[in-house]
Every structure is written in structure tokens, then in C-alpha cells.
Design a binder for this molecule. Structure first.
Ligand code: 5GP
Ligand code: ZN
Length: 122
């Protein structure tokens, strides 16, 4: 997709702080972090939403999730054999949910306590 921000990051046309890459995914720091660790994991291939990716290539969706897990370990959010301190994965779908970039991405958030439910009360 020629007009996609994350395709441009993938292609190196827009700079980003890469934290991980493998055959089919890349991970980079969010430009506006909402937690001490805030990394975005994307498939290199352009898909719009997580649902669209699940239909088009469920194996690739699995690789994206695996990459989030690798990022969480690398960033010290979990250690081998312990899911602690922990982290949160967020994938917004559509404008009402807050999706602003229409190349599927998973937010990996950690380094602070996360509230639940994830929206302000009232
Ligand atoms: P969404 O709102 O679609 O769930 O998430 C898009 C994310 O992309 C936001 O958290 C936003 O801060 C991040 N973002 C937007 N533009 C850029 C950019 O140019 N570089 C990086 N690294 N992140 C960006
Ligand atoms: Zn794209």
C-alpha cells in the first residue's frame, strides 16, 4: 500500500525505533507511548484489521502474536517460566475503537499497572 504509514516504516521511508524483526513481522516503539514500554508489532504484509488478517492468513496472525510474546520477553515484561510482571496486548478495530492506522498492529503495553476496565469510569 503506497499511502500507508506502517508500510512506509516497514520500507524504511519513515524512521522508527525498531526493537525486533523476523521474517514476516517487525516491532517498533510507538511515537506517543502510553506506558513505559509501548511497542507496535505489525505483519510486514499489509492487512487492514486483525479480523481481515485472521481470514486472509491465520498463520501470519499466529506469527504476529508470537512476535508480541518475544517482544514482551525482550523488554523484560515477562521472564522465562513466569508471566510476571505482565503486559497488555491491544488491537483496535475501526474508528470508534480508536484505530487510526489501518495497517493491522498489536500494541504491547507494559511497565506500569494497567487498569480494568480499560476505559475511564462514568
Ligand atoms: P491505533 O490508534 O491505530 O490503535 O494505533 C496507532 C498507533 O500508531 C498510535 O499509538 C500512534 O501513537 C502510533 N503512531 C502514529 N504515527 C506514528 C509514527 O509515525 N511512528 C510511530 N512509531 N508510531 C506512530
Ligand atoms: Zn500498510
Amino acid at each position: 500500500m503506497s499511502d500507508c504509514l506502517f508500510c512506509k516504516i516497514r520500507d524504511g521511508q519513515i524512521p522508527a525505533k525498531l526493537v525486533m524483526r523476523d521474517d514476516r513481522c517487525i516491532a517498533f516503539e510507538d511515537i506517543n507511548p502510553q506506558a513505559p514500554t509501548h511497542v507496535l508489532v505489525i505483519p510486514k504484509e499489509h492487512h487492514v484489521t486483525v479480523g481481515a488478517l485472521a481470514v486472509a492468513d491465520p498463520g501470519l496472525l499466529g506469527e504476529v502474536v508470537e512476535a508480541t510474546s518475544a517482544v514482551a520477553r525482550q523488554e523484560g515484561l515477562v521472564s522465562d517460566g513466569a508471566d510476571e510482571p505482565g503486559y497488555r496486548l491491544v488491537t483496535n478495530t475501526g474508528p470508534e475503537a480508536g484505530q487510526t492506522v489501518f495497517h493491522v498492529h498489536v500494541h504491547v503495553l507494559g511497565g506500569r499497572g494497567m487498569g480494568w476496565p480499560p476505559w475511564p469510569a462514568g
